[in-house]
Design a protein around this ligand. Structure first.
Ligand code: SF4
Ligand code: SF4
Length: 302
């Protein structure tokens, strides 16, 4: 069976599609969103993280490492990346959770076996399994096989996607995906590139193509609200135009920006890159909601 790299599986999720769901988080993303709240998902390969504030300098990791890749200085643990084989032993023995291995290789059968344990919850609640990330389509072969296996077992499937993938994937993807939770971040290609690392033409094309193929009951546009990036009236108006032009008139989901991710950036050694975009006030959120409603959309705020 096909293997892939995931970094988390979360149970009892209620905001990632209908009913009670299990979310499987794929590692790897082609975007580099400046506000990313899962920065540990961006690299495709597994990685070690270290949270210095939790480290009590006990030296257990250094004694355990089979490759002698760790040194303890007066202030912190130092890991020699060239010697480290990513075995994860140091994280296993760390008494304080200061080290963590992010990402592990799994095959489709293992994932199916894990997520099927909650099948009764899916059946009773109208839920299922959501594949998230990262960007799930980056591991397209693994993704398609997993979706197919889940559909063979009668499980409702959803994917959370940035929409940034090769269009020739669309037909196969639509065969076994019951619901697309499709991010629309900005209407302007230059702004999109400045804040995410990629322009949005491919995303807009994929959005329209999926609408045409599956209809609006199987896709929900989601707009992450990032203060200072896409929350002004003109930008929202242009996002609304894109959704209408794609032929959609169902509900849209507004996603609140999560500004609690600083520690995640720090533990993967990228703390200096973290940028806090602040919070929208209730009034600002209400105004954005009204703008979508005036255009005829039902709005769900997550
Ligand atoms: S992951 Fe393994 S090889 Fe790397 S530092 Fe930890 S114990 Fe050593
Ligand atoms: S085992 Fe954990 S707490 Fe102890 S030195 Fe290593 S990282 Fe720090």
């Amino acid at each position: 069976m096909k293997k892939g790299i995931i970094f988390d599986i979360q149970y009892n999720c209620i905001y990632d599609g209908p009913g009670i769901r299990t979310c499987v988080f794929f590692k790897g993303c082609p975007l580099r969103c400046a506000w990313c709240h899962n920065p540990e998902s961006q690299r495709l390969d597994p990685q070690m993280s270290y949270f210095a504030e939790k480290c009590v300098l006990c030296g257990s990791c250094m004694k355990t490492c089979p490759n002698h890749a760790i040194q303890i200085t007066k202030k912190r643990m130092e890991r020699n990346v060239g010697k480290c084989a990513l075995c994860g032993e140091c994280a296993r023995v760390c008494p304080n959770g200061a080290m963590e291995k992010i990402g592990r290789e799994v095959n489709v059968g293992e994932v199916v076996e894990i997520v099927m344990r909650d099948e009764p919850f899916y059946k009773n609640s109208g839920g299922g399994v959501t594949i998230s990330g990262g960007e799930p389509t980056l591991q397209s072969v693994f993704l398609l096989e997993l979706l197919s296996e889940l559909k063979n077992k009668g499980i409702h499937t959803a994917i959370e996607t940035s929409g940034y993938f090769e269009p020739d994937l669309i037909n196969e993807l639509c065969k076994n995906t019951d619901l697309f939770l499709f991010d629309i971040k900005h209407a302007d290609p230059a702004a999109h590139k400045a804040y995410t690392g990629v322009t949005n033409e491919k995303i807009m094309f994929n959005l329209k193509s999926i609408f045409e193929l599956v209809g609006q009951n199987r896709i929900i546009p989601r707009i992450p609200m990032i203060p200072g990036f896409n929350t002004n009236t003109d930008t929202i108006e242009n996002i609304i135009k894109i959704i209408i032009a794609a032929g959609y008139f169902g509900s849209v989901h507004i996603m609140h920006y999560n500004n609690t991710a600083r520690s995640k950036w720090e533990k993967i050694g990228r703390g200096l890159e973290y940028c806090d975009y602040g919070k929208l006030s209730d009034e600002e959120t209400g105004a954005l909601k009204s703008q979508f409603e005036k255009a005829g959309f039902e709005v769900v705020i997550n």
